[in-house]
Design a protein around this ligand. Structure first.
Ligand code: AR6
Length: 179
């Protein structure tokens, strides 16, 4: 657990600037772009990204699909679709966990070493930050408990509140594994 925790790093800033192997996009079911981090990624990657996305036939909530990164510093984008938060009784936790898991599995299939995640579902889709950061950390630790090519995962926070939520979730899981 200690080792896995050290492989997770919280970063504050714009995910589109990161020169990691893949950045994750919090997309919608169409995969044809939108606002928030999705809009920022499409703007930074250029129109070639949208052209590739048009061929993917959309993406189910909780699933993930990979494309090239085009003009981004990251060579890959892994698009996933988080759940819209409607109170938590419509499978939102399972679907959000599935987003992280599917992205991590794709990253492993592609043989990637570094991946960066935005706070999937925590913007327009309204997922409570504390709950979402617990799920993110739990799924990352579960992934690191198995075989993986990944050496480092960045949890990218676009605001100090998000960074704090991630840090708290990391501390709590470290405490749990120590106790
Ligand atoms: N870098 C890192 N994080 C960012 C950036 C950025 N450049 N820009 C925003 N965030 P959201 P969702 C943060 O709304 O809730 C889109 O229209 C943001 O502050 O982007 O999954 C899609 O097309 C927040 O913490 O994604 C979908 O329709 C987090 O990224 C819908 O929004 C996620 O916020 C998906 O909603």
């Amino acid at each position: 657990m200690q080792t896995a925790n050290r492989r997770i790093e919280v970063l504050e800033g714009d995910i589109t600037k990161l020169a990691v192997d893949a950045i994750v996009n919090a997309a919608n079911n169409s995969l044809l772009g939108g606002g928030g981090v999705d809009g920022a990624i499409h703007r930074a990657a250029g129109p070639e990204l949208l052209a590739e996305c048009r061929n993917l036939g959309g993406c189910a909530t909780g699933a993930a699909k990979a494309t090239r990164g085009y003009r981004l510093p990251a060579p890959w984008v892994i698009h996933t679709v988080g759940p819209v938060w409607t109170g938590g009784a419509r499978g939102e936790p399972v679907l959000l966990a599935s987003c992280y898991r599917e992205c991590l599995l794709l990253a492993r299939e592609l043989g990637l070493r570094r991946i960066a995640f935005p706070a999937i579902s925590c913007g327009v889709y309204g997922y409570p930050l504390e709950l979402a950061s617990n799920i993110a950390v739990r799924e990352l630790l579960a992934h690191f408990a198995g075989e993986t090519t990944l050496e480092q995962v960045n949890l990218v926070a676009f605001s100090p509140e998000v960074a704090q939520a991630y840090r708290r979730a990391l501390v709590e899981t470290a405490d749990q594994s120590a106790g």
